[in-house]
Design a protein around this ligand. Structure first.
Ligand code: PLP
Length: 428
């Protein structure tokens, strides 16, 4: 155990501000970070790591992109927070509205948790119904009603749900297996007229990457529309990451449907705390101050976060996404080749440029039960062998690996060599 981790544990539960950072499932001490730039993170001991955590998603352009940092610096020079409207919020809302269909209005929050929590409240206010449906293994932040079978963080800690969440808080939350059309039809025919909302990760990446089966999201759209329920597309992770239009851009945009509400976060804030809830006026205008659904935030729409998000979204042009997609193609090839060379059973799954490896499984993983059948012990050995070689992976077998536009040829070569070695270690 490192001294700095000991010190941190003395003053913070588990030594961290968010659980997965504590390396609980892989063991050892987390890397304490001094700084980061591009595809690299530097530890407090001066050691440089090739980073595939990317702050868990936001670092689409790579860490500390000079233009993003400059935009934040410029905003900071004008004041850190006002608790009053700014032009930047209108501009960022307009960018989101122009880019993604089905959105007339945007409400900014500081975290994805607030965005999805508010989406649920809004859906209940709009429909006057109580029941919400979520899918096992999907994570929507840590609000009470959504903290059941909620994927990576809990799975990594081996918890089914959270203590401190009352049966009342989750009593109206029905949890269904993901990608299961029959279960979905069953629940809609039983209680369809009582369902306020279905909330889903547009493409789940918090139980490892488990993309929707063809037609699954479209079926969610069809059923919710038919029964007057709200479809909430949680794009906190996928939004502005897998395409300029998020996951909706890879699916609904071509099939000509939109969800009723979107939640965004992570990339949308460019590394600062910003998230958003968005949808058509008919629903969004129920929010206070126009309507009866209350939601607020002292730091919501913070000017530094808006500057970081706006600059990130403007810089993330088609070339950025093409580059990240191409890197994902080649990295998957490297993973599959090197793990196969070493004889490590695995399946590499992807959703756009998001990818993750399921260890010790033979077949494509379609839901949380199948994801949970993987051999995490293999991953633990692999993880530490990568870390020893200076590669930082998310410290859980249930997380996606995050690529940035700063990952290039040099990084791919380094990963190729590191994975080849780690694969042999993982098998031992
Ligand atoms: C990260 C995440 C959230 C929660 O966002 P926070 O900013 O961590 O509160 C919600 N939904 C999904 C899909 C996420 O990946």
């Amino acid at each position: 155990m490192s001294q700095e981790f000991e010190d941190a544990k003395r003053v913070m539960p588990g030594g961290v501000s968010s659980p997965v950072r504590a390396y609980g499932s892989v063991g050892g001490s987390p890397v304490f970070v001094e700084s980061a730039s591009g595809a690299y993170v530097t530890g407090i001991d001066g050691r440089e790591y090739l980073d595939l955590v990317g702050s868990w998603g936001p670092a689409l352009l790579g860490h500390a992109h000079p233009q993003v940092v400059e935009a934040v610096r410029e905003a900071a020079s004008r004041g850190l927070s006002f608790g009053a409207p700014t032009l930047g919020e209108t501009a960022l809302a307009q960018l989101i509205i122009d880019r993604i269909q089905g959105i007339d209005k945007v409400r900014f929050t500081s975290t994805g948790t607030e965005a999805t929590m508010t989406a649920i409240r809004l859906a209940r206010g709009f429909t006057g119904r109580d029941i919400i449906i979520k899918f096992a293994g999907c994570y929507h932040g840590h609000s009470d009603a959504l903290l059941v079978q909620a994927g990576s963080g809990l799975a990594t800690a081996g918890l089914p749900g959270s203590a401190g969440v009352t049966a009342g808080a989750t009593g109206d939350t029905l949890v269904l297996p993901y990608n299961n059309f029959a279960a979905l039809h069953g629940v809609f025919s039983a209680v369809g007229d009582q369902i306020a909302a279905v909330i889903t990760e547009a493409a789940p990446a918090n139980m490892g990457v488990v993309p929707p089966e063809p037609g699954f999201n479209e079926e969610l759209r069809r059923l919710t529309q038919k029964h007057g329920s709200v479809l909430i597309f949680d794009e906190v992770l996928t939004g502005f990451r897998v395409s300029p239009y998020g996951w909706w851009g890879l699916e609904g945009r071509h099939e000509r449907w939109t969800p009723d509400l979107y939640a965004f976060g992570k990339v949308a804030g460019g590394g600062l705390p910003l998230a958003a809830l968005a949808g058509r006026s008919e629903i969004m205008d129920l929010l206070a101050p126009l309507g009866p659904v209350y939601q607020a935030g002292t730091l919501s729409g913070n000017p530094l976060a808006v500057a970081a998000g706006m600059t990130t979204l403007q810089l993330a042009d088609d070339q950025v996404y093409a580059r990240i997609d191409a890197f994902a193609d080649r990295l998957i090839q490297v993973i599959d080749d090197r793990l196969a060379d070493a004889g490590v059973a695995h399946v590499t799954q992807r959703a756009g440029s998001l990818l993750s490896v399921f260890w010790g499984v033979d077949d494509w993983v379609r839901n949380y039960d199948e994801a949970s059948s993987q051999e995490t012990a293999t991953f633990v050995r692999f993880f530490h062998a990568m870390l020893d070689q200076g590669v930082l992976l998310p410290p859980s077998a249930y997380e996606a690996w995050f690529i940035s536009a700063a990952h290039g040829e040099k990084e791919l070569e380094k990963l190729d060599a590191a994975i080849a070695h780690a694969a042999r270690v993982a098998l031992s």
